[in-house]
Design a protein around this ligand. Sequence first.
Ligand code: FE2
Length: 291
Amino acid sequence: MLDVLARSPRPHNQPIPFVHTHMPRPTHQFPAAPHAGPIDLHSHLLPGIDDGCEHFEQTLETITKLQRAGFVGSVCTSHVFPEVYPVNTPLFLQEQTAELQRQLQKYNVNYAVWPGGELRLFDGVIAYLKEHGVPTLGESNCVLTEFWPDEDPDEWPEWIDDTFQWLILNNYQPILAHPERITNSEELPHRLQRLRHRGVWLQGNARCMTGEDGYHADMWVRRFLQDDIYDIIALDTHNPDTLESRLDGLVMIAHEFSVDTLHRLTIDAPRRALANRSQPHTASNDITRAG
Ligand SMILES: [Fe+2]
C-alpha cells in the first residue's frame, strides 16, 4: 500500500502523503559527542565494505592521522547503494560500526565513531528505505545523501525532490553531500537554494578547496562558502593516503575565509547534526520542483 502511494503518479504541487517509516532498531550504545574538537560527519572508515579503508590497519592509520589533526570522532557513512553495495543496509552498517568501536577499545584508541550511511539517491530509493530503514547519523534524524547525474549535467530528476520531500515529511533531516561536485550546470546554485528553502542541509567537501576534485568543484566550493549556503564541511575521509589533501582543504578554508567559519562548519555543525532530532522548521511542505 505504501509503495503504491510513493510510486503513483501525482500532479505537481501536491504534498506527498505522510507515511510513518521505521529506523533500524539500535543494536549498540554509541557515545555522546565529545565536548570539543572537530568531528568528521562524512567518512568511509569502516574497513572493507566500500571504496574507503580496505582493512582495519588502514582504518587505524587513518584515525591516528585524524587524531593528530585534532579530530575527536567520525560518523561512518559507508555507501548505501544497493546496486553496487547490496550488503550495506542501515542495520549492517550499525553492526559494523559497533564492531569498529569494539576494535578501537581493544587497541585503546580514544576516538568516537557513530553509525550512518551515505545514501545514494536513485529512482526507487523510497521503497528501499521502507524495506531496510533509513541510515540516520548516530541517534539523530539526519540522513546524508548523494546524487550524481548519469550524463546530462542539467539532469535533475523529479524523484530527487520527491525523496527529500518524503524524508522531511517523515521527520528526517536530509543532508546533501558535496553539492559542489555534482555538476557544472549553471542551474546548480538555483537548485541548491530551492533545496535549502525546503529544509535540506548542504555538506561541502574540504578537499574541493585544493583543486583535486576538478575545476568546477574548486569554483563552486568557494562560491558556496562565500554565499554561506553550507551547513557542514566534512572530509569525506576514505583512507590514509588521501587524507592529507582533505585536511589541506580545511587549512585553506581558514585562510581564505576565516577560522570562525571553519570552526562553525566542522566543530559546531556536526554536533548540531548529531543532536538534531526534531522536524526542521524551515521546511516547506509544497512540492514545487527545483529547476
Ligand atoms: Fe562519501
